[in-house]
Design a protein around this ligand. Structure first.
Ligand code: SAM
Ligand code: SF4
Length: 315
């Protein structure tokens, strides 16, 4: 379905939980946040119905996210249910991968197409510092299990965090030298936990090009500028929500774990989908798409307008 600015909305990001086994410094407070209760969270059937209603309006791709989607009990079954919805041609997942190893093969068999794995550093001590509770070896084990399970086209997402990983971008980029993966560096967005962080925490993606000067720009893939280096097996992507605006080509909507449709990540506008079914559900999603804002207003000093933290939305 086209929104009121002619953008074709074909991509739904579905947050299946606000919980997480990590506490990344830019995403969640150290002691966690009050979590949604079991009753507040959409059931698998409600999620399937939302995906099905979205598919009738032209959504073709679904990304399962969180919180950490792998902490949601029964996640393999949910993937299967979403993958079976008529009209949905691709089901992907964004995960920190620390719980992935034991179930990678099951997720693949259930119909999961591709994985985006969040990995901000290859230094074990820094990894612990950034995630507070995560262990680098678990994430690496998850990546290996994904490869062994037959996942291809895996993307590594690395958030740029001044003072925490911006002096060590080359080792992460070089994952794309040694493996057929795309490493995407993402500018930290001024929202949630880091809404009021000092400027020096927000690093431009240009820093990647300084540290890896052999990268050459080869094109664009959605929100990501693509780079390659001679002889590398994979590629590097730069995603610059802070310094470059890509809202005019945004093709996505989001649904939170408590059943609110967010037409824009950075807007406070939400449409309740909870308790709706049939035509009423389709109409609510249609009105959300129709009201999608032109773009965000976030910049170096102005924080996102969404009152929600990233773990509630899923990125
Ligand atoms: N737990 C999963 C994970 O970490 O991949 C999925 C949810 S997490 C909220 C999705 C992505 O959002 C992660 O790659 C994380 O780095 C990113 N993220 C969280 N807060 C962010 C912020 N303020 N700016 C940019 N990216 C952020
Ligand atoms: Fe958890 Fe992902 Fe947020 Fe880190 S970025 S705290 S892994 S939801």
């Amino acid at each position: 379905m086209l929104d009121n600015r002619g953008r074709n909305i074909s991509y739904l990001r579905l947050s299946v939980t606000d919980r997480c086994n990590c506490r990344c410094v830019y995403c969640m407070p150290k002691d966690g946040v009050p979590m949604l209760s079991h009753d507040d969270i959409l059931s698998f059937e409600e999620m399937r119905d939302i995906v099905a209603a979205s598919a009738t309006l032209g959504v073709r791709k679904v990304r399962i996210t969180g919180g950490e989607p792998l902490v949601r009990r029964g996640i393999v079954e949910l993937v299967r249910m979403v993958a079976e919805v008529p009209g949905i041609s691709e089901v992907d997942m964004t995960t920190n991968a620390t719980l992935l190893a034991p179930i990678a093969a099951d997720l693949r068999a259930a119909g999961l197409c591709r994985l985006n794995v969040s990995l901000d550093t290859l230094d074990a001590a820094r990894y612990r510092k950034i995630t507070r509770t995560g262990t680098l070896d678990d994430a690496i084990a998850g990546l290996r299990a994904a490869r062994d399970a037959g996942f291809v086209g895996t993307k590594i997402n690395c958030a740029l965090v001044g003072g925490l990983n911006d002096d060590q971008l080359r080792p992460i980029a070089e994952l794309a030298r040694d493996h057929a993966v795309t490493v995407r560096f993402i500018e930290l967005m001024r929202m949630g936990e880091c809404a009021h962080w000092p400027r020096e925490r927000f690093v431009s993606a240009d820093e990647v090009l300084v540290q890896v000067p052999e990268l050459e720009r080869v094109g664009v893939d959605g929100v990501s500028e693509l780079y390659q280096a001679p002889g590398w097996q994979g590629g590097v992507g730069l995603i610059r929500p802070m310094t470059h605006r890509f809202c005019s080509s945004c093709d996505r909507i989001r649904v939170t774990a408590d059943g609110r449709l967010k037409p824009c990540l950075h807007s406070s506008a939400e449409v309740n989908l909870r308790g709706l079914s049939g035509e009423a559900l389709v109409d609510a999603i249609r009105s959300g798409i129709a009201s999608k804002p032109e773009g965000h207003r976030m910049d170096a000093t102005h924080a996102s307008d969404t009152p929600r933290a990233m773990n509630e939305i899923g990125g």
